[in-house]
Design a protein around this ligand. Structure first.
Ligand SMILES: Nc1ncnc2c1ncn2[C@@H]1O[C@H](COP(=O)(O)OP(=O)(O)OP(=O)(O)O)[C@@H](O)[C@H]1O
Length: 265
């Protein structure tokens, strides 16, 4: 269980990005974080693993208070939080396999990581994950030879090989076309379900969030404006989160497009 208590972030510039956010995410729950640009979504995700240091408030993951940890202990606890990024954050000149295995760096000794010699069980797990996401044949390719969707699959494997208790996902589909976006969202949600893994997914595309997650949090001006199931996101609710917009058109669009079966890239 992840618990945020009265989380506040005020940047040095005076921008109050989070205003006392309280949130509980049970084990295994996948939730989407939506809201207009500047609402504080990325800040919230980054305050959880303290890539951004909260100004006040507390973050607990499975009984451990992350906000109270020294940097050494924080490094250990960060292993339990896998992160998936919009721009994939892969090492371009390394192979797919090496990128996946880099998710184990927090676990192996300095010399093993320096020599990039990973235990066989990590290599086996990397092959299993690549197979699961449909990239087994790509294991020896360089990351810069992959498409956007394939890169994101590598990013997903790298986060999962950490064996995390929580996935923090920051705009995973922002650089992808609509069809690949749906495939990636579906894959993330399926993998979370298979592993009983909780996830917070910062996502701009409301329709996409509605298709795949169990719970949606709407942020506005750094505060939780909505917390509920995707089907409760009516045009009225969306207007309170985002302001005026033709929401009926957005909702109709999902109905028309339907849900497509997973296709190999
Ligand atoms: N490093 C920073 N220094 C100062 N202010 C910042 C910094 N990062 C974010 N902010 C401010 O904090 C607020 C929240 O930003 P944040 O990036 O968390 O929002 P967001 O909802 O993720 O936006 P977007 O959807 O556009 O990525 C904004 O007003 C932003 O200008």
């Amino acid at each position: 269980m992840l618990r945020l208590e009265k989380l506040v972030k005020t940047y040095k510039t005076g921008d109050q990005a989070l205003k006392s956010v309280d949130l509980e995410v049970p084990d295994g729950q996948v939730l989407a974080l939506i809201g207009p640009s500047g609402a504080g979504k990325s800040t919230l995700i980054r305050c959880i693993n303290r890539l951004v240091e909260p100004t006040s408030g507390n973050v607990f993951l499975g009984g451990v208070e992350l906000t109270g940890l020294s940097s050494g202990n924080l490094r250990k606890e960060r292993r339990r939080m896998g992160m998936i990024f919009q721009e994939y954050a892969l090492v371009e000149r390394l192979t797919v396999m090496e990128n996946v295995l880099s998710g184990r760096l927090g676990y192996v000794s300095f010399w093993r990581s320096f020599l990039r010699k990973y235990p066989q069980k990590d290599v086996d797990e990397a092959f299993r994950l690549l197979d699961r996401v449909g990239l087994l044949e790509m294991a020896d390719k360089r990351a810069d030879e992959l498409s956007g969707g394939q890169r994101q699959r590598v990013g997903i494997c790298r986060a999962l090989i950490q064996d995390p208790a929580l996935l923090l996902v920051d705009e995973p589909t922002a650089s992808l076309d609509p069809k690949t976006s749906r495939q990636i969202m579906r894959l993330i949600c399926e993998l979370c379900k298979e592993r009983g893994l909780a996830a917070i997914i910062n996502i701009h595309d409301v329709a996409l969030a509605q298709m795949f997650v169990q719970r949606v949090i709407g942020l506005r001006f750094g505060a939780v404006e909505f917390d509920g199931p995707p089907d409760a996101l009516t045009p009225v609710v969306l207007t309170t989160i985002y302001g005026e917009e033709d929401w009926e058109a957005t909702i109709d669009k999902i109905d028309e497009e339907g849900d497509e079966p997973e296709a190999a890239e």
